[in-house]
Design a protein around this ligand. Structure first.
Ligand code: 3EB
Length: 357
């Protein structure tokens, strides 16, 4: 598979991404911008509107609220249409589809044989089934990037950790939609814990798939051994896509894992350094497999998830030594999918910055 085979027409609409703290009351007008694909906030109590109503087009992720109170915004240069499909809300341009789904997590019976599936397994399978059906129906098969927020991710019910339940349902949906035979169909992803509430997933898709990139320092997550759960996590370490004018790299949530094992338990500074070493390895691997100008750690924008937000000064000091002060870094508080991980870092390159105006 050559990266070139994934090139889109050179007039593909450009993709913009930014983080900002909108002025009080500005969110509703932001949500009416031309070309808006999506706005995400990471606060539990929704602020910005007097009557408490949530402006249309804004996805609220129920985190603890201890992180930066920034919004994340995605937009494109082409006209956008809004729609719904099952439980999914989406906006799409000719080239991109940005969607989100929030599913209540309930003890429902599922499966064809009267089996009771654990609730996060159910919710994950339903969410991913709907996402794949939408992408197939509307012809955006390339799932470029996906973010998963699992309520109480390290909690246990039905004898199984919620993240492990989630992994079973997610993998089953990939299999049901025939997306697992090819490793190129596995998206870059992040998986974090939210405070109690629905399973929330948001994603960016395109007409063509990205090229999946793995990390030579880590076993591919889809090959993790059973000690991390009955079904392995279905995500790639990164995805690279040539959109003509833009060559975009989405680096998955990256943690202090070597091989398949957590390193530096209890030491958040060392975990941050190891996570950055893993990101550097993914960047080097992308530069090896992808044609074109090489990516550099200083050209990425970052999102950092801290299990304990009080670790912020320590982690910030580590990152400030490793990347230029100009690199945008967005810090959030969230639980991480393994109980011994204290930090997860994701990164993006090649997306134009701006559009929050
Ligand atoms: C890891 O490397 C850390 O399950 O979608 C990072 C990014 C992690 C995505 C996912 C999990 C996921 O295993 C955890």
């Amino acid at each position: 598979m050559t990266p070139r085979a994934n090139a889109l027409p050179t007039d593909a609409g450009e993709l913009y991404y930014s983080y900002a703290r909108p002025a009080d009351g500005a969110l509703p007008s932001l949500s009416r911008q031309k070309g808006l694909l999506g706005i995400i906030t990471f606060q539990t109590g929704f602020v910005g509107e007097g009557d408490g109503a949530k402006p249309e087009g804004i996805l609220q992720i129920p985190l603890s609220g201890r992180g930066d109170d920034l919004c994340e915004l995605w937009k494109t240069t082409q006209p956008v249409l809004a729609g719904t499909f099952g439980d999914i809300t989406y906006r799409c341009s000719r080239d991109f589809l940005f969607g989100s789904i929030a599913l209540a997590v309930a003890d429902l019976p599922a499966g064809n044989h009267g089996l009771i599936h654990p609730p996060l397994q159910n919710a994950a399978e339903l969410a991913y089934q709907q996402i794949f059906s939408l992408l197939d129906r509307h012809g955006y098969p390339g799932l470029l990037r996906i973010w998963n927020f699992v309520p109480d991710i390290n909690g246990v019910s039905h004898g199984l950790e919620h993240y492990r339940q989630f992994n079973i349902g997610r993998q089953d949906a990939f299999l049901a939609h025939n997306r697992l035979p090819s490793r190129q169909n596995i998206p870059a992803a992040s998986a974090l814990g939210s405070v109690d509430g629905p399973l929330v997933v948001y994603f960016l898709a395109a007409r063509r798939n990205s090229v999946a990139v793995e990390n030579p320092r880590q076993i591919s997550a889809y090959h993790y051994p059973q000690e991390y759960g009955p079904s392995s996590p279905t995500f790639s370490r990164a995805g690279w896509v040539d959109l003509g004018q833009q060559k975009i790299l989405f680096i998955s949530g990256t943690a202090s894992i070597i091989g398949h094992q957590t390193r530096h338990g209890g030491n958040v500074a060392a975990q941050a350094r190891e996570s950055m070493a893993n990101i550097a390895a993914v960047v080097a691997e992308t530069n090896r497999v992808a044609a074109g100008s090489p990516y550099d750690l200083n050209d990425l924008s970052y999102k950092v998830y801290l299990r304990q937000f009080t670790d912020l000064p320590i982690v910030r000091a580590e990152l400030d030594r490793l990347v230029t002060p100009k690199a945008p870094i967005f810090y959030l508080q969230a639980d991480i999918c393994r109980a011994d991980l204290l930090v997860e870092i994701e990164a993006t390159a090649g997306v134009l910055h701006g559009g929050m105006a």
